[in-house]
Design a binder for this molecule. Sequence first.
Ligand SMILES: *[C@@H]1O[C@H](CO)[C@@H](O)[C@H](O)[C@H]1NC(C)=O
Ligand SMILES: *[C@@H]1O[C@H](CO)[C@@H](O)[C@H](O)[C@H]1NC(C)=O
Ligand SMILES: *[C@@H]1O[C@H](CO)[C@@H](O)[C@H](O)[C@H]1NC(C)=O
Length: 501
Amino acid sequence: MPSSRLVGPSGLLLALLPLTASAVSYSYSLQDTYAGSNFYDGFNFFTDSDPTHGFVQYVDQATAISSGILGYGTGNTAKWGVDDTTVLYANSTGRQSVRLEGKVNYNHGLFLADIKHMPGSICGVWPAFWTLGDSTWPAHGELDIIEGVNMASTNQIAAHTAPNCTMKFQNQTGWANGYDCAVSTGGAAGCATGSNDQTGYGDGFNSNGGGVYAMQWTSEFMKVWFFPRNAIPASISSGSPSPALDFGTPVGNFDGGSCDIDSHFINHRMIFDTTFCGDWAGSVYSSTSCPLASSGSSGCVNYVAGNPSAFTDAYWEVNYIKVFSETVVADPTSSSSSSSSSSMTSTSSSSSSSSSTSSSSSSSATRSSSSSLTSSSSTTSSSSISTSSSSSARSSSTSSSSSIKPSTSSSSSSSSSIRSTSSSTSSSTKTSTSTTSTHFNLFNNQELDLFNLETHNLFLLHKIIDKYQTHNYKHIEQIFQQNHFIFVIDQENIFDFFVDA
Ligand SMILES: *[C@@H]1O[C@H](CO)[C@@H](O)[C@H](O)[C@H]1NC(C)=O
Ligand SMILES: *[C@@H]1O[C@H](CO)[C@@H](O)[C@H](O)[C@H]1NC(C)=O
Ligand SMILES: *[C@@H]1O[C@H](CO)[C@@H](O)[C@H](O)[C@H]1NC(C)=O
């Protein structure tokens, strides 16, 4: 895990840190507009396999156009969706879709996304609009501005960072679920917030004509607002957005904790993607009321493969993205030094193909962040680990943990289950019953933190899989057995861990 000692993007910005909230204000001037016939020029088309293990085939621009899934809508909006005509085999790569990654990396600024339509609240679908740092995840941070899975009706906003970054989520309208954004200590779920406003996501967003998502990023904080179509602030409509003037209280206020924003969020590019099933939508599928839900993630894949017409509404339609550069102005009533200006630093990102390697393995953890494996409370010698949503935003629609049968393929006679930390019985000396972490040394330097298994969940699993460059789960099972672990994955992608007593 990368250390928190990162070099800031600019000495000037770091020098400004001592200025307090009351001492500065921010003004913005337009830097980049992504709209109309130039919209797609601002993005690379990511075509690697999905870092989040979705049932998806990301295609390049030419393929997307010829497949009829990318183009323009009424009013010259950028409009792109997914293949909604082809019946697929479940053993195929997946449904054709598009993942756009911005060509410019930003530090600070005001980001406005005027979105007319986003993928609806559709079983199997997992859309996201987010920003991602340019280093190995999560060293330079990630901010998920729009994200949800399956039939979700509300949005979740989350951050994932290097160590030593907590938020207080005060002075915001949204709920909070997790305050520690650091993957290493807060788990892969990150720090998350969101609104119960159904006009902010999926079907409710679309039927209301969408709206504007705004993200303000300064040295002090990152704030996210959502304005429904009929409540867009005048300063945005007039083209001179001013958060302090008329944005009001944000949904999410990433502020107030230990986090030094400038060392945790660096060189972010914007990403739009629509995937299917995979680390989040697939892992919680069994707890939805979607078709084939009882078959879990394989049911998700079968549903997505066999029902193309279900995904006609899984499209994005964007009026514009505008990025404004920041000027920091000292408050004249303050006795602090005179105004200093720090305009946004932009660096051109490398091509998507060259950056995709690091971002693929890195963001696999990212997208898996919101589902968790929780150890069951079973006291039998072999207990299973079930997937469940760790997100309170999701809990309304996917409230119950999926019930998973114990693995049948392992010889469990000598196995004792890994217990949750609340477990009072110790299956071995390695089982922790306190809040201190218990580490199990796996292979070489790999450590599996059992206490944090609940939150690290799929992130750890994919670290293990990535390490062995394989999806051959039998192979992994053997490795675990050699290390006195038995790891089992069944046909429904359900993960069981056992400690060999
Ligand atoms: C995929 O599944 C189809 C239908 O079951 C089967 O005919 C085909 O051989 C499979 N392809 C591969 C590569 O396994
Ligand atoms: C929330 O608002 C109060 C009152 O204005 C202020 O004192 C406090 O610093 C704010 N907290 C954050 C994290 O912005
Ligand atoms: C964590 O961040 C805070 C605020 O930037 C800083 O004061 C503190 O020294 C950091 N702690 C560690 C262990 O890096």
